[in-house]
Each structure stands twice: as structure tokens, then as C-alpha cells.
Ligand binder design. Structure first.
Ligand SMILES: [Zn+2]
Length: 304
């Protein structure tokens, strides 16, 4: 009887593995069908590669467009109500980066490539994902941010430049452990904050510990607490190009100037507790076309 049970367990585990394998095969087959469908479009054929095929909330979706002829204008991609620019990443190849966030509604979504003859539409499923929650008690109101810091930070997040600075996966910008991951949701005084999520990753570490650029880029924002960055504290913003940027806040020291081009791993400042911080920590926010996305896929697989 015991033997039979253990055989059953083995059988079930084989069965589960088989089911997973079939799902993998199905994904590959669907991908192949998508490619063939794109290839069968007559004249000015375009092939569109979307990855990941089943993104989850917070993922960045890469849309690579292969064009068979020289196009006069780069194509763009629409997803939901937004349109995202594609940039050249090689000969007759363009790529658009589509951000998703914890505030998006999961489910079937239409992704459309426009500007390359007839629009091409692909449907993909944005998977739900659970994020951990924090319960915060606050007294009084108002964020207290100055107009100056809000306008400079908002301007920074909207910046989209065609040059691509980064290559390969991003590195961690601090050596300390992650104290708050991306996407954490909050209850304020017991009420769920529907429009809040943690827009970055927090790293612990003592005041003065090095903060390094996770990827190459150009420093486009330096803000100081003394100049009105009362919530962000001392801040550095790095443009990685093609709609991708990083912001580092609460710094104790800033080692770069606006306009400087930084290499991956180059020191840009030091961990601190400036601005609205409960203790020394680095908050790293990664933005794609204006939206805060999960940096983990950028650190693990990276984007070409
Ligand atoms: Zn944070």
C-alpha cells in the first residue's frame, strides 16, 4: 500500500511535469504561429517579436519589429490607451519598450504595431501578480514636496531620447540587502491606497556606502535638498536612453554633475537619509516611457 502511494505520488509529479512541458510547447507553437502569421502578410512584410509572451504586472514588454525595407519613419506601438515609440536597434530592426505596472488591470490586451503599412495586432495576456502590503498610520496631510522638485522629477521621468547607452543586464546599484522590493502596496490608516505602489527598490546600507550606476547613461538630473528637494532629498537621475531612466534618492553625497556620461558600475553618490527617509537607504526607481517598472527582469535577463 505504501509502495502504491509512493508510485502514485511519482506518477502525479510526472503528470505535472508533463503538463508544464505541454504548456511550454504550446507557448512555442503560439509564438511560431504569430511569426508565420506576420510573415504571410504580403508586400512590406514585418515580423514582430513580443517578449515575454505572458508578462506579469510590473514587467517591461519588448516589441522587436523587423522591417524588410528601409522605412522613412520608425514605427510605434500602442498598448491600452498609450502609444510608445520604437527606436532602431540594428539594420531594419526597431524596438519599443512597453511598461506595465501594478496598477494595470490584468487580462487580455491588444498590442498594435503602427507606421509600417497595415497595422499589425497581437493579443497577449497580462498576468496578475500579488504584491506584499504595508500598513501605514499617518497624521496630518499633504506630501510637502516643493513645486520645484515635483516639476524637475516629472520632467525627468518623461524624458525620451533616441540614443541607447546601456548594454546587457543592469547591475545592482548598492551592495546592501533589499529592504523594500518593487510594487509593495499600502493601506493608509486602514484604507487601501488604490493609486499607490512602491515605485522602485530600496537597498539598506549605512550612510556613505557607495551608490553606482546600474547601467551606462547620461546624468540629466541633479537635485539637492538645500535647493528644495525636501521629499526626494539629494537626487541623481540617469537617462539610459530610448525611454529608460533611473532615479536615485535620499543620497548623502552626489559625485556627478548634470550632463556627465557615466559607465555601468561608476560611482555616482553615497547612501543617505536626506529628504523624507526614516533611515539611511537607497531608493532606486527604474522608469520606462514614464512608468515605474520592476527592475528585476532588467537585472536578470536584461534587454538587448
Ligand atoms: Zn523606496
Amino acid at each position: 500500500m505504501t509502495l502504491f502511494l509512493s508510485q502514485m505520488v511519482t506518477f502525479v509529479s510526472h503528470l505535472r511535469r508533463w503538463v508544464w512541458q505541454q504548456r511550454g510547447v504550446a507557448a512555442v507553437v503560439l509564438g511560431a504561429i504569430a511569426l508565420v502569421a506576420a510573415l504571410s502578410v504580403p508586400a512590406r512584410a514585418t515580423v514582430v517579436q513580443v517578449s515575454p509572451l505572458t508578462p506579469q504586472l510590473g514587467d517591461t514588454i519588448s516589441v522587436v519589429i523587423h522591417a524588410d525595407a528601409a522605412v522613412t519613419m520608425p514605427p510605434s506601438v500602442t498598448f491600452g490607451a498609450a502609444t510608445y515609440p520604437a527606436f532602431a536597434i540594428g539594420t531594419d530592426r526597431y524596438r519599443a519598450l512597453v511598461p506595465t505596472t501594478p496598477l494595470d488591470r490584468p487580462g487580455r490586451k491588444e498590442l498594435r504595431v503602427i507606421g509600417m503599412g497595415a497595422p499589425q495586432t497581437t493579443t497577449l495576456t497580462l498576468r496578475d501578480r500579488s504584491f506584499s502590503t504595508q500598513r501605514i498610520t499617518v497624521r496630518g496631510g499633504g506630501s510637502g514636496a516643493t513645486e520645484h522638485e515635483l516639476s524637475r522629477v516629472n520632467q525627468f521621468k518623461q524624458l525620451v531620447t533616441p540614443q541607447k547607452y546601456w548594454s546587457g543586464p543592469f547591475a545592482r546599484p548598492a551592495a546592501g540587502r533589499v529592504t523594500t522590493p518593487f510594487g509593495v502596496r499600502r493601506y493608509y490608516n486602514g484604507v487601501f491606497a488604490a493609486d499607490y505602489y512602491h515605485k522602485g527598490v530600496d537597498y539598506g546600507g549605512g550612510t556613505g556606502a557607495a551608490v553606482t550606476a546600474p547601467a551606462a547613461g547620461r546624468v540629466v538630473l541633479v537635485g539637492r535638498e538645500a535647493d528644495g528637494f525636501v521629499i526626494h532629498g539629494n537626487t541623481v537621475g540617469v537617462d539610459h536612453g530610448q525611454g529608460v531612466s533611473s532615479i536615485f534618492i535620499h543620497l548623502s553625497r552626489i559625485d556627478v554633475q548634470e550632463g556627465a556620461v557615466v559607465a555601468a558600475g561608476q560611482r555616482i553618490g553615497a547612501i543617505g537619509a536626506t529628504g523624507s527617509a526614516t533611515g539611511p537607504n537607497l531608493h532606486w526607481g527604474l522608469y520606462v516611457n514614464g512608468q515605474s517598472v520592476d527592475p528585476v527582469p532588467w537585472r536578470e535577463q536584461g534587454f538587448e
